[in-house]
Design a protein around this ligand. Structure first.
Ligand SMILES: [Zn+2]
Length: 300
């Protein structure tokens, strides 16, 4: 029975081959499998040139796709105080510290003013890599301030949502942000200033249930996951199988939940068109001074 006692030589570890391609130069599209050169992907605003798959992008990259040039960022140093001294798999305070260190941001939203095709705009862009883009007290406060800043300076507002919803580590305090932001948006509406909501993959939970669906115009990126509760929870509750494409942008557009589904490469031009249209009051006079070189919007 020699083969029972056969001594197996451990497999020699392979000598590490030097890769000639530096790490991270190429990205594989998860939708069509195309291998894309990083620089090409940056040129197409992180949209797959072959199939149009929209890669997720961060808040700073988002601002770069929207603003004409430089922007002014506000409330950079606001950070959560961990009011509930919350602990799950690790203390929330520790989680915050490590996320701040890895992302270089203090919380999950970047608020800035800058111009979009010459129109000065207050923009808030959410950062999904910061604890799932979750909305805690800081996100709520920063977005509210961005809206109030817009009211004070008579600017339109654009909020780019990318979020898993409310931040459970701040409990009820994070739920209160829904009402706080919605209240500020109501004041913006009374000041007759337009608000464009941009919904990107993913926009779920308390963010969908508040400001992301309150835009004068709600625009989504293609195939973005947008919903309140997850599909499994809904199936268990209503005891029905959900249709294909449920909770994706195109499905929501078909069912009247969105106004437009717009390719990221067309997003800036579309937002600018909507803002130009919205900045005119019902009497046909501009609510604020528009840049002269912009063409007049077609009256509908
Ligand atoms: Zn692709």
């Amino acid at each position: 029975m020699a083969w029972f006692k056969k001594v197996r030589k451990p497999i020699e570890p392979q000598a590490k081959k030097e890769s000639r391609v530096p790490e991270g130069l190429w990205v594989k599209c998860p939708s069509c499998g195309e291998v894309i050169y990083n620089k090409d992907l940056a040129a197409t605003l992180s949209v797959c040139p072959k199939c149009g798959h929209h890669f997720r992008i961060g808040a700073i990259e988002r601002l770069r796709t929207l603003f004409d040039s430089e922007w002014v960022e506000y409330d950079i140093d606001l950070r959560s105080t961990d009011p509930l001294t919350f602990v799950d798999t690790k203390p929330y305070r520790k989680r915050l510290e490590s996320t701040i260190a890895s992302t270089g941001m203090k919380d999950a939203v970047v608020c800035a003013t800058g111009s979009i095709e010459g129109i000065e705009t207050s923009v808030a862009a959410m950062e999904y890599t910061f604890i799932g883009g979750s909305m805690g007290v800081v996100v709520g406060e920063k977005i509210t301030r961005a809206i109030e800043r817009a009211i004070a300076r008579r600017l339109p507002v654009v909020i780019v949502a990318s979020s898993g919803g409310a931040r459970m580590m701040e409990g009820a305090l994070s739920l209160m942000q829904m009402a706080k932001i919605s209240g500020a948006l109501a004041r913006l509406d009374r000041a007759r200033l337009p608000y464009v909501s941009v919904l990107t993959d993913p926009t779920t939970g308390g963010v969908t249930a508040s400001f992301a669906m309150l835009g004068d115009v709600n625009i989504a990126e293609p195939k973005a996951l947008i919903g309140f509760a997850g599909p499994r929870v809904i199936e268990q509750t209503i005891r029905q199988k959900l249709p294909d494409g449920f909770q994706r942008s195109e499905f929501l557009l078909d069912h009247g939940m969105l106004d437009m589904v717009v390719d990221r490469r067309e997003m800036k031009a579309t937002i600018a068109r909507v803002l130009r249209f919205g900045l005119r009051s019902a009497h046909g006079t501009a609510a604020i001074a528009l840049p002269a070189e912009q063409p007049e919007p077609a009256e509908r």
